[in-house]
Write a protein that binds this ligand. Sequence first.
Ligand SMILES: [Zn+2]
Length: 174
Amino acid sequence: MIQPYNLAYYRSILIEKFEVSAIDFAKQISAWQNRLGNSMESEKAFLWQFLEKWAQVLSQKCPDPYLQYKQLQALYRLMWSYLIGEQKKGTAMMEIMNYLELKIADLSVYKTYVTIIGDKQCAAVEALNGMTVSLENALLKQPIPYDNCSRQLGCICCYGIHAERNPTGRLIRK
Ligand SMILES: [Zn+2]
């Protein structure tokens, strides 16, 4: 699942899935390497700042919030998998992906509620595993205590989104 580091892999995903222009990407990396050298470390630093910059671009442009959140989530997942491949903690990326999951649920015309899904390797969140909160509360308080996560490569705890149903089993509109 986690790719060994390879710039071409990220480059092709950025171009195919995130509307990055191949020409711009090539220009930017060559400008970067002229300035900072073409060592592996420099290349990785280029990639990381490019991913961060592109997250900014995506968060500013898309007219449809659902598609925007989905795209941002996919980009943060890519950033998360990069960090894990580098043996770094992915918690900050996970936190954003999970927040976007709540924002996506918030767009639904149906009522939803949220459960906390804690990972066993994370004592702080395992204590909250299965806890139910309203979507409003989850958005407001973001109850997963990411900073206390004890999992070695960072938190993978997340929210489960569930549809509320009336006694006859029908979904409930907001
Ligand atoms: Zn955790």
